[in-house]
Design a protein around this ligand. Sequence first.
Ligand code: ZN
Ligand code: ZN
Length: 410
Amino acid sequence: MTDEPPRVQSEGGARSLSRRDALQRLAFAVAAASGSRGRGATAAAAFAEETPATPLGDLGMPLSAEQRQAGAAFVERHVTVDVHCHPGRFFLSRLPRQTAMTRALGPPFETQAIADLNAGRVSAALFAGVADMQLLELSAQGIHAARQFAPGEAYADYQRQIAGLKRLVADHEALAGRTPRDVRRAARLERTAAVFAIEGGDFIEDRLDRIHAAFGDGVRAITLVHYHVNQIGDVQTETAVHGGLTPLGRTIVREMNAAGIIIDLAHATLAVTRDVIDASERPVIVSHTNLVRPGVEHPRLISAEHARLVSTAGGVIGSWPSGIGQQSLGDYIDSILRLVDAVGVGHVAVGTDMDANYRPVFTSYRDWSLLPAALLARGLDEAAVARIMGGNFMRVFQENLAAARARSPA
Ligand SMILES: [Zn+2]
Ligand SMILES: [Zn+2]
């Protein structure tokens, strides 16, 4: 989910829109979200005019035709996974009521997004619902929760979003992604498996049974916190309230372990991360972030120390093409490689935040093979790229499911 108010981008003339232009217009629309229908409609129209491929000159790094071909061959041979995304902003489907922010985002377009995932040969994507969507408001200070949930409201909105995900699978748009085997099957069929995820544990409230219900619904990862400071712990973008993980949050962590649901610590503070790693018996992920570095500091980025807490506990960090300290796909590849240097190749993944990202430098799944192409071009070997592009996530997926499997062999 978008991480701060996008700055207005300068636009060059009235030529047909590139995908990046379209996203910048969307960013503009979000920035201007004051309930104006007109801007939301402009953003939606901009998406409809997308062009099919990123021109070579936009990449910010040299990539020959042969190197691009190596990327295309790579995605035919390997299971690849996007560990955090919101394809087509499915979470806006069948909204009970609009807010200024949902209005600015415009209507969802899941069918187009899934066609792009299939075309890009993405074996699996973690389709993340947005738990606190109904609370969020954009101001000059960024995205914040404008109010608290009424009792039961968060769970009702969870059920709406899960119903939308189930429809996508029932209608055979996306394949089921409940197990690593499902993901490998999708890869064989040249299709995309939807691994259900929720960004924000708000819907759990204090009901541990909802964690098991979520597993039954197919949810395989929950980002404990998002923008709203919830019952579980503190968030990176607000002043600390709890001082880390709450006692209820600790219980929720143990229950997620028991259920077999992956804990995602994106948006969580360092204190929450420490507390969760202390409590969790299974490896966690931080699905979309990058390392801070001199001149590139942002509340949503993490220190090398923070990253190593996650990796030494067996966890995986998804590198995020957010445009924070990045101007191009080449800059995003640099972000991935900095994480590899900090935590090792066995602990890095790709988390695009597609379709609800900030100022994305990776904008279409049809370009998915450019990521392995660029990593190979930067000198990583095929085995290393295979781990980053999906293997590391598949390990964590398997290790978290082992708990659930032990209880029910189905
Ligand atoms: Zn997100
Ligand atoms: Zn996010």
